[in-house]
Design a protein around this ligand. Structure first.
Ligand SMILES: [Zn+2]
Length: 72
């Protein structure tokens, strides 16, 4: 129905805006529900698991300089 279609479209929009990329494993993380975050150089990074957060904090530069998201 029309109402249903409208709602799913709104959710889609919301998801696109609020998704962050976990810099360690490049997974999409929902900023609203992310349990693990770290601040580095004034930017907030979101992680899918505590292990990713620990790895990032141990060596942030490795993850920020190494990956641009293109590995092909
Ligand atoms: Zn991760």
């Amino acid at each position: 129905m029309i109402t249903k279609k409208y709602i799913s479209l709104a959710i889609d929009c919301y998801a696109v805006i609020k998704m962050a990329i976990d810099p360690v494993c490049n997974m999409e993380v929902d900023e609203a529900t992310a349990k693990w975050k770290a601040e580095y150089k004034g930017k907030t990074y979101y992680f899918c698991a505590p292990g990713c957060k620990t790895a990032f904090e141990a060596d942030p530069e490795k993850y920020l300089s190494g990956g641009g998201g293109h590995h092909h």
